[in-house]
Design a protein around this ligand. Structure first.
Ligand code: SF4
Ligand code: FES
Length: 247
């Protein structure tokens, strides 16, 4: 394996430049280095003005998502050696406005998230006698997969529907709604139904499945959407067949 590799990195300051340009940086190629380590080398030794986000360096915080050789990736969990001999293209996540260089604005997701009420909702007067809501391990397993989301936005960057229609509430928000809908302690599914079953909710999804393919936490948002489509269809059928008052 060669001991150097070239990073081709997007540089862009939207407030003063008309379009992004690619800059090349030659860096050491070390077996244990992630793409994020490579960017940190650029920042520390070659060009301190490069902007990008990261925090944990261990696939937990979800802030280091970028497009690596055309695919949305967590750069702290993507290794330079897998792209040898290079060059490796590093670009911002698609489908989001660029703030600067590799930093994108995820405000759209942050505004949508509260609409699906990703918290436990209880009916009035239904609080448990003690301070805890008991739950069996089997009940926890029902929603566990959907609870692993780290809000990294790779699924939005990969989603062709979100790419053309930013009204779509999107994969992670729907998976998080399902995380609470499937929680035995929650009673808020009816409240979430209005948002999820609207045109820009689950029905906008055309089941391309890229969201699940790129998810680094195996959340399977595409599966959550298909499961919820079935629930919503059964609810509509029930409402149509059963007289009001017996539902
Ligand atoms: S569902 Fe997966 S890809 Fe989407 S934000 Fe959550 S962890 Fe990231
Ligand atoms: S730096 Fe936290 S997930 Fe990569």
């Amino acid at each position: 394996m060669a001991d150097r590799i070239t990073l081709r990195v997007t540089r862009y300051r939207p407030e003063s430049e008309t379009e992004p340009v690619m800059r090349e940086y030659e860096i050491p190629l070390r077996k244990e280095w992630s793409v994020l380590d490579g960017l940190n080398h650029v920042k520390d030794h070659l060009d301190g003005t490069l902007s990008y986000r990261w925090s944990c360096r261990m696939g937990v915080c979800g802030s280091c998502g970028m497009t690596v050789d055309g695919e949305p990736k967590l750069t702290c969990a993507t290794f330079l050696g897998d792209y040898a001999p290079g060059p490796v293209r590093v670009e911002p996540l698609s489908n989001f406005p660029v703030v600067r260089d590799l930093v994108v604005d995820i405000g759209d997701f942050m505004n949508k998230l509260p609409r699906v009420k990703p918290w436990i909702i209880r009916s009035e007067g239904e609080e448990p006698a003690g301070r805890e809501y008991p739950q069996l391990p089997a009940e926890r397993e029902e929603y566990e997969r959907f609870s692993m989301c780290i809000n990294c936005m790779l699924c939005y960057a990969a989603c062709p529907v979100y790419g053309i229609d930013q009204e779509f509430i999107g994969p992670a928000a729907i998976a998080l709604a399902q995380r609470y809908n499937l929680d035995s302690r929650d009673q808020g599914a009816a409240e979430r139904m209005d948002v999820l079953s609207a045109a820009e909710g689950i029905w906008a999804c055309t089941f391309v499945g890229e969201c699940s393919a790129v998810c680094p936490k195996d959340v399977d948002p595409a599966g959550a959407i298909q499961r919820y489509k079935f629930t919503a269809a059964m609810e509509s059928l029930r409402a149509f067949l059963l007289p009001r008052g017996s539902r």
